[in-house]
Ligand binder design. Sequence first.
Ligand code: ZN
Ligand code: ZN
Length: 224
Amino acid sequence: MFTLDNFYKSYEWRDLVCVLRIERTHKDGVLYCEHCGRPIIKAYDCIGHHKIELTEQNVNDYTISLNPDNIMLVHHKCHNMIHERWGYVKQKQVYLVYGAPCSGKTTWVREVAGKEDLILDVDNIWQMITVNDRYTKPGRLKTNVFLVRDCILDMIRTRTGNWRHAYVIGGYPFAMDRTRLEQSLGAQSIFINEAKETCLERAKASERHGWDKYIEQWFDNYSA
Ligand SMILES: [Zn+2]
Ligand SMILES: [Zn+2]
């Protein structure tokens, strides 16, 4: 039996979206968004939308929840637009956006998130409570930064407030940590799976000195 909460994390749903992605990829090798018609470049930017909205009542009716005819493949951003326009959103969605340093997590969230979404990005907290630039993180302040983070995590976990979606951004290379967070927050994971070389190039280009080490470490630790 599915609930709305576990349906999107289920093997059946993930597998169906994978199959549809392959089936709907055009002859030119491009998957086009069924909302805006533009290419969906990154797999993580592709989301399956149910035309007939899923509810606790119909989620176990597979002619609705797992019916390809009821599913559109769209950009994440387009998906948010569809839901806002038609007033679909009743349940708050939480996304865990993870990947290597410099993989483009923050950039992607900035691209897709709306004005009424809650963003938890630890880099922002460091900046908020110190005079430092984005990438200077003195160890002495760790406890304070993490306490602010935990406070926001708690708001997300308990769905406190009137936000629409929440995006939790972090490295989270370990599968165990992600599973724990997914469960405690009721979140769906989005893996920003950029190649190591690209991350290293970006670190260099943005003069984030010493970040090669963090990137290498992340890829060493990463478990799928
Ligand atoms: Zn689109
Ligand atoms: Zn949808």
